[in-house]
Design a protein around this ligand. Structure first.
Ligand code: PMT
Length: 405
């Protein structure tokens, strides 16, 4: 599952360092939900956090769409980290007082809570603060000790927020490995483009959104991800991208990358036919309507099905408009895959270029999972939940020979 962290930011000068913490957590594939106190917004802008986390900043118990945001945040979090944590936040939390969204959230969660204090030396050393921290530690809260160094106003002493790298390392250690950690995942995305001449192509309506969502979901679960894509959509750091255009280029890339992969997902819409020979120069209208002779493209997925390694899980997508499940089931058997994701692209909001999708995940073992209309990210998560149940306990061994079965 994707790992979700609530990042609480309270009102101290070190709030600017929380931006770096947010970025590092996102880079590590963590879904970050920023929660800022009113005082925090005096030091840092919420747009910075929402842009980095691709998630709206939460600020208040009141006025949003969700009538009980603190319980949704607290119950949905795998971990809550508060950085910087002011003396006021620490005191309120230790006293069990819910005076705003962040304190309500830490009281409403059963997930691990990490508190990263930052304040002036005198405040840090005050017995009230230290006793409040001792109370929190006794209750199982992890405290990332502040460092000594330069403080606001030019003073030097203990109380400076720990380095973002140390805070992020603590969070990642407590979260534990993702369920695809140590696995290699290869995903294809987008529609191939088959040249007719130097300016014209045969292509389809695939935007690459579903394939990119799959790659991002696998990275969030800590897989090593390669994305073979025909699009120039932005890709988060940590995912290796191979850009291709034609079915032939995609076949070369997928065959090479799949040879080392634990999981291969063909979400790309590969052209089934291409011009037998692309014209060297632009076909002129004046020469009349051209006769274009087509030939079949290589069936990449069938090839991957024939040459895959033992233990590798192979997933195809079937974009259909009629007899969707029957045709998808036939492709599942014909192409030798473990899972075929049936996509009824004639339904509203489903398939090509939409931000949403609805699928049925068919298994070679006869299993069937319906995923009703939802985001492409949620479809990607459902696919990987199904994949993980089929993975052998250990990653595919690089040195093992390929199987033709
Ligand atoms: O990119 P989006 O706009 O987000 O849209 C997503 C999607 C609709 C493209 C995606 O969800 C999807 O359904 N992808 C598969 C599209 C497709 O080509 O389906 P198909 O039924 O024609 O092919 C079946 C499978 O064989 C696919 O996994 C395809 O990648 C593969 N194939 C097809 C032809 C070919 N020559 N080689 C292949 O490997």
């Amino acid at each position: 599952m994707e790992r979700k962290v609530v990042l609480g930011v309270t009102g101290g000068i070190a709030a600017y360092k929380a931006v770096e913490i947010c970025r590092r957590l996102v880079d590590a594939g963590v879904h970050v939900v920023p929660v800022l106190t009113e005082d925090a917004t005096r030091f840092v802008g919420e747009v910075t956090f929402s842009a980095l986390a691709s998630e709206p900043v939460q600020r208040s118990l009141w006025g949003g769409d969700d009538p009980i945001p603190h319980t949704r945040l607290g119950q949905g979090a795998d971990l809550v980290v508060v950085a910087p944590a002011t003396a006021r936040f620490i005191g309120t939390y230790a006293a069990g007082i819910s005076d705003g969204l962040l304190t309500a959230t830490v009281l409403a969660t059963r997930a691990p809570v990490v508190v990263c204090p930052a304040m002036h030396t005198e405040m840090w050393e005050h017995p009230a603060v230290q006793e409040n921290l001792a109370t929190l530690r006794r209750r199982g809260v992890r405290v990332v000790e502040p460092a000594a160094g330069r403080l606001a106003g030019g003073d030097v002493g203990a109380g400076r927020l720990a380095e973002p790298a140390e805070i992020v390392a603590t969070v990642l250690r407590l979260l534990g490995p993702g369920d695809l950690a140590g696995r290699r995942v290869v995903v294809s995305a987008g529609g191939t483009r088959e040249p007719i001449d130097p300016v014209r192509v045969i292509t389809n309506r695939s935007s690459g959104k579903q394939g990119h969502a799959l790659a991002e979901a696998a990275a969030a679960r800590q897989a090593e991800v390669v994305l073979v894509t025909t699009t120039d959509r932005p890709v988060p750091p940590g995912i290796r991208v191979v850009r291709v255009d034609t079915a032939a280029e995609m076949e070369t890339a997928m065959t090479a990358e799949a040879a080392r992969a634990d999981v291969v997902v063909m979400a790309a819409a590969v052209a089934d036919f291409r011009p037998k020979a692309a014209a060297r120069s632009k076909l002129a209208k004046a020469d009349g309507v051209p006769e274009i002779v087509l030939e079949p493209t290589p069936d990449i997925l069938s090839g991957l099905g024939r040459t895959r390694r033992p233990g590798q899980v192979l997933v195809g997508f079937a974009a259909e408009t009629d007899e969707v499940l029957d045709r998808a089931a036939a492709k599942l058997a014909r192409k030798g895959v473990d899972l075929m994701v049936a996509n009824d692209v004639s339904a509203a909001g489903v398939g090509f270029d939409h931000d949403t999708n609805a699928v049925t995940i068919l298994g070679a073992d006869g299993s069937r999972l319906e995923v009703p209309l939802t985001s492409k990210a949620a479809v990607a998560d459902a696919v990987f939940d199904t994949v993980i149940a089929r993975l052998p306990p250990h990653p595919v061994d690089d040195d093992k020979p390929r199987s033709n079965s």
